[in-house]
Design a protein around this ligand. Structure first.
Ligand code: ZN
Length: 226
């Protein structure tokens, strides 16, 4: 049966899927509304002081800004000063977490060399949730998942991202995912999906290129072409 263009797009684009049936087990904890403390880094355009903290996310137009400010519910797995890790609204694996920066960065195309530390922090958070997820699911062995590389860490490449706020997908176990997703929507090395490590190495290459006093403020990540 031929698929329409919109059906194909629906398969490969990253969706928040507000209406889609969730694969989360029935026993999953309910999402909650929670304000997440903004980062204290004052080198950002937002100078945080007292009550201004609650307005930190006002300039973020994405649904993830609403999650961070606590007006859209989510189920939080982990939180650091700079990142939030929460359950995807439409999980495509036993564990399907999104790791986002609290600072507003729309997509991987907007990353700059100075964001490398943030990406490493996101990676660390992804590894931690891959390891500790057993506390949310009895059928899942985090150490096995890591040892066997039975997971996916990926970003969707614009325009195949549906939410314009940078989000790293962590999916596991990859081996028990529906192939439609592990070999489709979340297949690394395609035009629509790229690995965390590749994004990091591209940024590191840019860092080398832009050292020696050159202005890296204008630098944008040039993503690979599949
Ligand atoms: Zn995505």
């Amino acid at each position: 049966m031929m698929m329409t263009r919109s059906q194909i797009l629906q398969l490969i684009t990253c969706n928040l899927c507000l209406g889609q049936k969730s694969l989360a087990p029935a026993s999953s904890p309910e999402p909650t509304l929670q304000f997440h403390e903004p980062p204290s880094d004052t080198s950002q355009p937002f100078i945080l002081d007292g009550n201004e903290k609650k307005d930190y996310y006002k300039s973020n137009p994405s649904p993830f800004g609403r999650i961070l400010e606590g007006t859209l519910p989510s189920f939080t797995y982990r939180e650091t000063e700079n990142t939030l890790t929460f359950r995807d609204r439409s999980p495509k694996a036993q564990l399907h977490a999104l790791i986002i920066p609290k600072r507003y960065i729309p997509t991987i195309k907007h990353l700059k060399p100075q964001d490398i530390d943030l990406l490493y922090e996101m990676k660390q958070e992804a590894i931690e949730i891959l390891r500790e997820f057993p506390s949310y699911s009895e059928k899942y062995n985090g150490e096995d998942i890591l040892r066997k590389n039975d997971y996916i860490l990926c970003f969707h490449v614009p325009p195949f991202n549906s939410v314009d706020h940078l989000h790293l997908h962590a999916l596991a176990p990859k081996s028990s995912m529906n192939p439609l997703f592990s070999f489709g929507k979340y297949r690394i090395g395609t035009r629509w999906c790229t690995s965390l490590d590749e994004v990091i190495s591209n940024l590191e290459a840019m860092t080398d290129k832009f050292t020696d006093g050159r202005n890296d403020e204008q630098a944008e990540l040039v993503n690979h072409e599949a």
